[in-house]
Design a protein around this ligand. Structure first.
Ligand SMILES: C[S@@+](CC[C@H](N)C(=O)[O-])C[C@H]1O[C@@H](n2cnc3c(N)ncnc32)[C@H](O)[C@@H]1O
Length: 281
């Protein structure tokens, strides 16, 4: 139960209510700022400001959901990725900071004025494709997903950025991409082991299972995607995949077995193996 009527008191009370969450204070601030339609900084500028009762009730309701692990991004409807505020909902994975390592890898592979044809396979909220479309304006990006609901969010996010070099296609991996060939295929696939206990007792239970569950050992989707990708690559093309911290060897093996060359792995900001890529000669 949240007590208090001022910004300062409400934040202190919410922080206590969320005590079991590492980011309790931050979450309380983000949620109160969202309810007040104000910035987080303004909470510190006006700590003694009274909050009207209906807004206290809204805040209380969000804090109760957060206390049950419901993700902050779904409560606010947005998440920042690559300095862009993206809309998210329960049909889209919440973009993760480690996925920015994949974007960095892509940008290192293509010069600023390149006009490559790029596929963002399993686009979710559109995070990767939109970041690359913004950074490489002459490239043409197709962003695909099996989820029509996720695609609607991704397209709305791209429209908000007024991007004209990105298009969206519904496709079960490559089945809806017949006749499409790419210079780069980017993919953050589902790569968590189906038996991972967190699907039951952590916040990821609120995210779409199809976005996270990579089957047995988490590697089944990756093993489906890599051989299928070969039929959609131009010569001298790249495949770039995000994966679990312990899947780099398996991913590079699969790339090499499918005639890719120069397979490499990149670490994320936490120093964990996170992105592997290789060239299709
Ligand atoms: C890990 S999420 C990545 C989302 C987004 N690219 C990101 O990095 O935030 C995997 C995405 O793959 C999509 N997906 C799962 N199975 C698929 C399939 N058979 N065909 C196409 N997309 C699929 C999911 O809907 C989800 O959006």
């Amino acid at each position: 139960m949240i007590v208090g009527t001022t910004i300062k008191a409400l934040l202190a009370s919410a922080q206590q209510e969320l005590a079991q969450i590492d980011t309790a204070r931050l979450d309380a601030e983000v949620l109160l700022a969202a309810v007040l339609m104000a910035s987080r900084e303004s909470l510190y500028a006006y700590p003694e400001k009274q909050v009207p009762p209906p807004l206290i009730a809204d805040f209380q309701s969000l804090i109760m959901k957060r206390a049950d692990d419901f993700p902050v991004a779904y409560l606010t409807g947005s998440k920042e990725f690559w300095s862009t505020e993206l809309m998210v909902n329960q049909y889209t994975l919440i973009p993760r900071p480690e996925t920015e390592s994949l974007v960095e890898t892509v940008l290192d592979l293509i010069v600023v004025d390149a006009d490559k044809h790029i596929l963002d396979l399993g686009t979710g909220s559109g995070a990767i494709g939109i970041a690359v479309a913004k950074e490489r304006r002459l490239c043409h990006i197709i962003s695909s997903d099996i989820s029509i609901e996720a695609l609607a969010v991704a397209e709305a996010n791209a429209n908000r950025q007024q991007l004209t070099n990105i298009e969206f296609k519904q496709s079960d991996w490559f089945s809806g991409l017949q006749g499409d060939y790419f210079d780069l295929i980017l993919c953050n696939p589902p790569y968590i082991d189906s038996e991972y206990g967190g699907f039951i007792d952590t916040g990821i239970r609120f995210e779409p299972r199809i976005a996270l569950d990579g089957g047995y050992l988490g590697i089944q989707a990756i093993n489906t995607i890599i051989p299928a990708a070969c039929k959609h690559l131009n010569t001298d093309a790249y495949m770039i995949l995000e994966h679990g911290y312990n899947q780099a060897d398996a991913v590079r093996r699969s790339l090499t077995a499918n005639k890719f060359v120069d397979a490499r792995t990149i670490q994320d900001y936490a120093g964990l193996d996170r992105v592997s890529y290789a060239r299709y000669p």
